[in-house]
Write a protein that binds this ligand. Structure first.
Ligand code: ATP
Length: 354
């Protein structure tokens, strides 16, 4: 189950040249500076740009040297920055547009479930012209999914929305790959959207893919363009549990149980945690009598000098999860840390991604 793609396209002063393979599941963010070719790559996958190359999705070939399947035959959903709904139709009419044209045997998504997930039930009778920007985008996403696509392409779907509307849609999009049940490509300029939604990241620059990473790898790169606070971070996925009587809140992820302190309004359920490299210290053995709640066994995977006197360590936790730690070169020397060293990651703080 994979996506295999290679595209070459020459414009007067821009060349797209990409070649990548990805698992055909989850959300892949396309991230990079303005003009690097993110939209052009989405359009190439959709068959809206005549590139040379190939595109394969599982057992289906949409393009190769001998074949160029036109866009309308590629089973894909495309959501643009500004939702282009049919103005003369109601929300229901827009949602049903693709749904009705699809033979029942090809319908893979549950219509009512998608309408419910996107909170569209109260809007069904409204005209498309009467909707707010956020509502329009929810309808556009619903309409795309109701065509039961094999691939979903979203081009900066939140960029035209105000902060309130973004806050309303982002939690819904967290369920995107589960609801869509197909691979999703998501173009964005916002690192916080990548952290919250992506499973993989294609980092682009000047028409090329510079890195094809898991989210963890992308965030852990020294000087990654994804840094929000100018430093490496880890995103841990897991289940948030109920707060205990003593105020601690358990979080169960692949690396085991972590304890969160402080007030969190989020209810129990799946969440992502963000841990900054500067909030991780390293010890050679568990440290008793210390206020730090979380001490996890770890192994040093790599050490990268960053700035004057600082070293970025990549630590592997149980279950394969990686987290970065930012230490002074002095501490690295004192602890004699090298690749393969066994140690403990002392996590001083972790924040819910929201
Ligand atoms: N229709 C077009 N004709 C000619 N050049 C184009 C066309 N569309 C885009 N370009 C150019 O191709 C390059 C890649 O554009 P593209 O829109 O794919 O970048 P992008 O990474 O999506 O940018 P942004 O983040 O600003 O949306 C840019 O130099 C752009 O000016």
């Amino acid at each position: 189950m994979s996506i295999q793609a290679a595209f070459t396209l020459q414009r007067s002063d821009f060349r797209l040249e990409v070649d990548f393979e990805l698992p055909a599941t989850g959300v892949t963010a396309l991230f990079g500076p303005s003009g690097c070719g993110k939209t052009t790559l989405l359009r190439a996958m959709a068959g809206l740009e005549r590139c040379t190359g190939y595109f394969r999705l599982d057992d289906q070939c949409w393009q190769n040297d001998d074949l160029f399947m036109p866009t309308h035959k590629r089973r894909l959903g495309y959501v643009f920055q500004e939702a282009s709904l049919f103005a003369h139709l109601s929300v229901q009419g827009n949602l049903d547009y693709g749904w009705r044209r699809l033979p029942a045997a090809l319908r893979r998504n549950d219509r009512d479930e998608i309408i419910d997930w996107l909170g569209l039930t109260p809007l069904l009778q409204q005209r498309a012209t009467e909707l707010s920007g956020g509502q329009r985008q929810r309808v556009a996403i619903g309409r795309a999914l109701l065509t039961s696509p094999r691939l979903l392409l979203l081009d900066e779907p939140l960029s035209a929305l105000d902060t309130r509307a973004k806050r309303e849609i982002l939690p819904l999009l967290e369920r995107l790959s589960v609801q869509a049940r197909v691979p999703v490509f998501y173009v964005t300029h916002a690192p916080e959207e990548v952290e919250r939604l992506a499973d993989r990241v294609l980092l682009m620059e000047g028409g090329s893919i510079t890195h094809n990473d898991s989210l963890q790898q992308a965030l852990a790169r020294p000087r990654s363009p994804l840094f929000r606070d100018d430093e490496a971070a880890a995103i841990l996925e897991g289940q948030l549990q109920q707060t205990l009587a003593d105020g601690r809140r358990p979080f169960d992820g692949s690396a085991g149980r972590l304890w969160l302190a402080g007030p969190h309004t989020a209810g129990p359920g799946p969440v992502r945690l963000r841990i900054l490299a500067s909030d991780v210290s390293v010890a050679l053995a568990p440290v008793p009598d210390i206020s730090i709640l979380n001490q996890l066994p770890a192994r040093v995977q790599s050490l990268t000098p960053t700035s004057e006197g600082r070293v970025l360590l990549m630590l592997a936790l149980a279950g394969g999860q990686q987290i970065p730690a930012q230490l002074s070169a002095y501490s690295v020397g004192q602890l004699q840390l090298t690749t393969g060293s066994e140690c403990y990651a002392l996590i001083k703080a972790a924040a819910l991604v929201d």
